[in-house]
Write a protein that binds this ligand. Structure first.
Ligand code: DGL
Length: 260
């Protein structure tokens, strides 16, 4: 493929469902001229309750398909998929930039003198090496409390992002960990959709960090380094999913409109 043809390819953005939508506004702000094709793999959600091997296999198929369809770069807008599959995919597709989510532990650790940081993530992300290694690297700078958040992705996938059910689940998950906490890292892209409830449960003094802006900046940097930035023209966003449910797109559009 010529480089010009490659430059005109799209940027694939993948998640297990609606979570990665929370990364899209940052991506389109950094890269307004690019065409983004979003794929929410709702048929296989939640990834976080699966094994790493399963997630690697599922994500690898979707990434392969999107590269065949003309993706010039792939953003894994999912912490779980990044933990389970990014290294494998980078080996497999050496000439396609594969950008993953970096949980915002470093900015959280640096925001204050030796803070206590709560890291909300899926059970699989917490079992995987990536998060463990990051906490290990920063252990002199902060104390990390890793919290597997069973059930939260399922609610968000159903479009339930406010109200009693969400609040009660977040209270149940966070309450035992909140005393003395300085900040919270959203280690799953779905949780950004319930950020306001997390904020209200945790209180205004607890700072909330996520990796979306960092991923958007890294995507721009990687496209630039590979000579793949599209010059001029208007960008576009196309939403696709594997749900098989005609109502799913409405949930996606509703959630995207809340992020603006
Ligand atoms: N949105 C994904 C993440 O960032 C995972 C959600 C799931 O469990 O499917 O980790």
């Amino acid at each position: 493929m010529t480089n010009k043809k490659k430059k005109n390819g799209f940027v694939a953005v993948l998640d297990s469902g609606v979570g990665g939508l929370s990364v899209l506004p940052g991506l389109t702000a950094e890269l307004p001229g690019e065409d983004f094709v979003y794929f929410g793999d709702a048929a296989n959600a939640p990834y976080g309750e699966r094994t790493a091997d399963e997630v690697r296999e599922i994500v690898s198929k979707s990434v392969g398909r999107m590269i065949d369809e003309g993706a010039k770069a792939v953003v894994l807008a999912c912490n779980t998929a990044t933990s389970a599959a990014a290294a494998y995919l980078r080996e497999k597709y050496r000439d396609v930039p594969i950008i993953g989510m970096e949980p915002a532990l470093k900015p959280a650790a640096e925001a204050k003198e030796h803070p206590r940081v709560l890291v909300m993530a899926t059970p699989l992300t917490i079992r995987e090496d990536k998060l463990r290694e990051l906490t290990e690297r920063l252990r002199d700078e902060a104390e990390f409390d890793l919290i597997p958040c069973h059930g939260l992705v399922e609610l968000v996938e159903a479009g339930t992002v406010e109200g009693n059910e969400v609040r009660e689940l977040i209270e149940r998950i966070l309450a035992p960990h909140l005393p003395g906490a300085d900040s919270i890292v959203l280690g799953c892209t779905h949780y950004a959709h319930v950020r306001e409830t997390i904020r209200s449960v945790a209180g205004e003094d607890v700072a909330i960090f996520d990796g979306a802006a960092g991923t958007a900046r890294e995507t721009k940097r990687r496209l630039g380094a590979a000579g793949l930035l599209k010059r001029g023209g208007n960008g576009s966003v196309t939403l696709t999913d594997s749900s098989g449910d005609p109502g799913y797109k409405e949930i996606c559009e509703f959630l995207l409109s809340r992020l603006k």
